[in-house]
Design a protein around this ligand. Structure first.
Ligand SMILES: Nc1ncnc2c1ncn2[C@@H]1O[C@H](COP(=O)(O)OP(=O)(O)O)[C@@H](O)[C@H]1O
Ligand SMILES: [Mg+2]
Length: 478
């Protein structure tokens, strides 16, 4: 087995950390990585500007002693690689075992944060009917956090859809892979590897993808398509890479197509320029949940209504945020922790924020003379939601600095990561504190989770991630 120099270092660092609770430093990193590449102490010292004569004594010998302790076998500059390989292999085994165990028995009072879907039954019924009919491309459009991604996911889980198209392929542009190639990779898979020349020829690539979709029907979900759109001059949006448009137009216009596409986007993706195929694509503008659905959502999140007053407060929050699920989720998270589900206790502290928004809303909505172009007076739901998240995060900073720190650092994750990777972000803190911080983020609903092959991965919602990154920059400045 041949690992990369940095992989050897990572394993060594983990082993040392497990024993000593502290991480290796630069000189040790240089020694491990340099030794893997066959360099001598002198060469490593020279390369990184250390005193050559004392480098081995100051850093080398101590490192092998510590590592021997951590690995439970004697190692030297010559023999450490095999020992690290063994340690690494064992570690992966036990990791996957313990990972499974954690999932089977979630700690009491904790949930895995997975979406508990509620409502939208009528809409789901209508959309499935469309997809089973002529509609080949369904675009779910609406502001961030309104529930597009989870609706797409829910559609793939509906029994009728599973029967109609058992094969599901999903691709999220959350990860920042913005090239059309990723679509080709997702759809063609192995076939692409055997025809790399396709990547040089856009038209051929589109033909091949469409052909595959025709011959092997699947439900293809392209999530967060706004990432590959840009504003045009007419107030609409177009694809940064025209090949996306070519692809969608081809899906709509070919005579025969049994696959279906679900797109989610904050802006309406330009699909089907030709008027004659109108029934083959549909755009669904998404609104928030209605009062009953939103109340169900709070119940699903273990925020219970125990009195009329509770109900009234919840309804006012639902109304102010127009049933926006992400905003409500963040509020529910706060009511859960630190208020342990006590709606009135939360309202006593922060109800004034909701009241402020209520006043602002009646002020703008109630005044017909208000010039609609004067945007400074209209309140945008997106701004409101963003403010909501920001105040939640500021309170997290006050209440729980380590959870706040983890939250900010999590902003750098470009994809969903497992729990271990999240804890690693604050790896320098005691294990128990790491766990508590992570659990706090879960309980406050600041993390989204997804299950892939019975493993759970966690990420920040894109809007929440934006807030995290801003805080991280401020954090770094101080
Ligand atoms: N109908 C629903 N039932 C339960 N949770 C929902 C529902 N709609 C949205 N959510 C939750 O609200 C949050 C935002 O939804 P998401 O689908 O990520 O929005 P978008 O993709 O529009 O940004 C997520 O945490 C999601 O789980
Ligand atoms: Mg989304």
């Amino acid at each position: 087995m041949d690992l990369k120099p940095e992989e050897y270092f990572q394993i060594a660092d983990e082993a040392i950390f497990a024993l000593e609770g502290q991480h290796l430093r630069d000189p040790e990193k240089f020694i491990i990585e340099g030794s893997v590449e066959g360099q001598t102490y002198e060469q490593i010292a020279e390369k990184h500007g250390y005193a050559e004569s004392t480098f081995k004594r100051d850093y080398g010998q101590k490192l092998w002693e510590r590592l021997s302790e951590a690995l439970g076998e004697k190692v030297s500059k010559k023999s450490f690689r095999a020992a690290l390989e063994r340690y690494g292999a064992q570690r992966t085994d036990s990791q996957s075992k313990s990972g499974q165990k954690e999932q089977e028995q979630p700690a009491a009072g904790l949930d895995d944060g997975l979406t508990r879907w509620v409502g939208r039954e009528t809409l789901i019924g209508e959309l499935i009917a469309k997809l089973q009919g002529d509609c080949r491309v369904l675009s779910l459009v609406g502001i961030t956090g309104i529930g597009k991604t989870s609706l797409a996911a829910q559609l793939t889980r509906e029994p009728q859809m599973q029967e109609f198209l058992p094969l599901v392929k999903t691709l999220s542009f959350y990860q920042g892979s913005l090239d059309f190639q990723v679509v080709a990779q997702q759809v063609l898979g192995e076939n692409l590897a055997s025809q790399p020349e396709l990547l040089q020829n856009e038209d051929a690539m589109v033909r091949e993808i469409v052909h595959k979709l025709q011959s092997q029907p699947c439900l293809l979900v392209l999530d967060m398509l706004e990432a590959v759109l840009q504003a045009d001059t007419q107030g609409g949006h177009r694809f940064e890479q025209p090949v996306f448009g070519k692809f969608l137009d081809a899906v709509v216009s070919v005579p025969e197509m049994r696959s279906r596409l679900i797109l989610t986007s904050q802006y309406r993706p330009p699909v089907g320029a030709e008027r004659r195929f109108l029934e083959r694509h549909h755009t669904e503008p998404m609104k928030g949940l209605d009062r009953t659905e939103a109340r169900m959502l709070f119940a699903a999140w273990n925020v219970e209504i125990n009195s009329d007053v509770d109900g009234e407060y919840l309804d006012r929050m639902i109304a102010v945020y127009e049933g926006h699920p992400l905003a409500l989720r963040v509020i529910a998270g706060e009511i859960r922790s630190p208020y342990e589900g006590d709606i009135q206790a939360f309202w006593d502290e922060y109800g004034y924020e909701i009241e402020e928004v209520e006043r602002l809303k009646t002020a703008t909505e109630g005044d017909p003379s208000q010039d609609r172009e004067d945007l400074t007076f209209t309140i945008d739901l997106k701004d409101l939601v963003r403010k909501r998240i920001e105040s939640s995060v500021s309170r997290l900073r006050e209440d729980y600095p380590l959870a706040y720190r983890l939250f900010c650092m999590g902003g750098t994750n470009r994809r969903a990561e497992n729990r271990r990777a999240w804890l690693f972000l604050i790896g320098e803190f005691p294990r128990e504190e790491q766990k508590l911080a992570f659990e706090t983020l879960l309980r406050r609903f600041l993390l989204e989770s997804e299950k892939v092959k019975s493993k759970v991965y966690y990420r920040l919602h894109s809007m929440i991630r934006g807030v995290a990154l801003e805080h991280l920059r401020a954090f770094d400045r101080n």
